[in-house]
Design a binder for this molecule. Structure first.
Ligand SMILES: *[C@@H]1O[C@H](CO)[C@@H](O)[C@H](O)[C@H]1NC(C)=O
Ligand SMILES: *[C@@H]1O[C@H](CO)[C@@H](O)[C@H](O)[C@H]1NC(C)=O
Length: 193
């Protein structure tokens, strides 16, 4: 083999290795935004998911820890779990040390420990993860999970119910509206009196 062939062979093997690790050792950072696994030739399932991402609470306060459970009528092998500001792509909060078979998957533009993924391809089910809200309010939050039953069968961005929290842009906008309407109300009242 000449040196070009060697370089090609090394690049090819290297990229094959990255793909395999992307599955076996958890979701790679490149999956952070789309939450789509990088397996070649696979597509997200469109039939109803046998898995759910659920929370027990309907609201939270800044700094509070909330349990998130991923379970299904069938076991799963892979997971990418995040909390996002509801209606946005912004990943928020941090997870506590996950149970065995899982590790942190930090994602860009959030803090460390802001995501969870699997470390191996063993079967898992009914797993609870503890998520801690940021200490300053970020508003309503929703959990997003991509669950891999087995390669190449997976469901992307399964969502929990929205849990409401104080702060954040959306709530900021509505409190501004309340403020403006109270100013208008005061002006009107001043005219009437
Ligand atoms: C949250 O999950 C942890 C770990 O499974 C458990 O020890 C704890 O009791 C749970 N907390 C609540 C409020 O359910
Ligand atoms: C899920 O796990 C919890 C605690 O480990 C257990 O009490 C519960 O029965 C399990 N639920 C299902 C559907 O397996």
């Amino acid at each position: 083999m000449n040196s070009y062939t060697w370089i090609l062979a090394v690049v090819f093997l290297g990229s094959a290795l990255v793909r395999v690790q992307g599955y076996g050792n958890g979701a790679p950072p490149s999956a952070c935004d789309s939450m789509v696994p990088g397996h070649q030739g696979s597509k997200p399932q469109t039939i109803a998911s046998p898995y759910t991402v659920s929370v027990q609470v309907s609201s939270y306060t800044p700094g509070q820890t909330v349990n998130v459970t991923v379970r299904g009528t069938e076991d799963f092998r892979g997971l990418l779990l995040q909390a996002r500001k509801a209606g946005t792509d912004e990943v928020v909060g941090t997870f506590q040390t996950p149970p065995s078979k899982f590790k942190f998957r930090p994602c860009p533009d959030g803090g460390a420990n802001n995501g969870i993924t699997h470390i191996d391809t063993s079967t898992k089910n009914n797993m609870t993860f503890m998520w801690t809200a940021p200490s300053t309010g970020v508003g309503n939050v929703q959990f997003y999970g991509t669950v891999l039953k087995e390669k190449p069968t997976y469901w992307v961005k399964l969502t929990s119910s929205v849990i409401s929290g104080e702060g954040g842009d959306s709530n900021g906008a509505s409190s501004l509206l309340v403020h403006i309407s109270s100013v208008i109300g005061t002006v009107l009242l001043a005219k009437i009196l």
